[in-house]
Design a protein around this ligand. Sequence first.
Ligand code: ADP
Length: 405
Amino acid sequence: MKILVINSGSSSIKYQLFEMLGQTALAGGSIERIGQKDSQATHWVYRDGEVRKHSRVLAVKDHRAGLKIVAQLLTDPEVGVIPHPSEVDAVGHRVVHGGENFSTTTLIGKDVRASIKKLIPLAPLHNPANLKGIEVAMEVFARARQVAVFDTAFHQTLPEEAFRYAIPGTLYRDNGIRVYGFHGTSHRYVARKTAEHLGRDLKKTRLITAHLGNGASITAVKDGKSVDTSMGFSPLAGLMMGTRCGDIDPSVIFYLHRSLGMTVDEIDALLNRQSGLQGVGGNSDLRDILKRAEAGEGDAQLALKMYAYRIKKYIGAYIAVLNRVDALVFTAGVGENSPYIRGKSCEGLEHLGIILDDGKNKTAPRGVSEIQADGSKIKVLVIPTNEELEIALQTEELIKSAPIN
Ligand code: ADP
């Protein structure tokens, strides 16, 4: 079975084609800067054990034109991997917001598209672009079954005391204001991988999963289910991120408006795009911050301390939520690659059952590894995430269980 995974953004389409037998990515790439004269198509193909990359700059008018280029690249005699678009059995779409309507992966029909559209006010930047991707994929890959995998779905198991905000109930009931949580595909993938690694049934496993990329979130997983997560109504809440502030007293927003005269749009941009590592340390990329901190720059050093401190606070909170924890899992760009952040986030947690082995932490090889010390009650793992593969796996699972009608 061949499954194409599509992540359609406001000005980009990212894709990967999988052969599910062996779970291999055959090809992938992205079309960026859609709508501009200098759009960039990057395509890679996995052949004879190596990855070959091709890129070109061209004008891509809109998402329809972009997805047609993807189909051409996938079927190209030189760089393609399939003879015809009809070889694609299913397309798995990443959809950011499924609200309360979607707690599982879903076959896309008219009703599902209408629901995704209805949820646009909750995800004004993402859902319209996701929907566009679905509509054009239905034309370009007409034979394939279309499946939606929601970023929020994994967190639909949060109990009400965790997902409600302490504001009047009508705002939840009539307006849907509550914690939704995001990065669900990644948290679910690493939870699954961790259970496999530990040789345990996921349904009997308790984990804290820390997805630390440009966006960052941390989730408490009890018996395989998400029971709390750091992002909230939007991806702005929780941990300190590349450019997002994470948790902040909402009064700061009133103050910025009333006393400093900032508009709501300006505050939105400030907290989403000019805060986090960028706002405190001057760079959004952790690698730059690490270099500048090493060179002795105070603001970069403070940014690192704040970033790790926030993670540590959430680890403590989620140990309290879960009571017994089998493993703490680090994933995504920072989680997989930064021994410094892993080390600082776990510092001083020995009384809560977490002790890192410094050597193992520093030399953790790529792939799944355990980095806790011998006496640590809670295992600490580094597990590379693979959201595209998780979308493909969930799509496959659904297609196999849902006969064509
Ligand atoms: P995205 O959320 O865009 O998918 P990623 O998961 O790729 O992000 O994570 C990006 C972050 O990972 C950046 O802050 C980057 O600096 C960090 N990162 C990547 N490689 C390393 C590394 N070797 N050491 C430290 N940080 C790294």
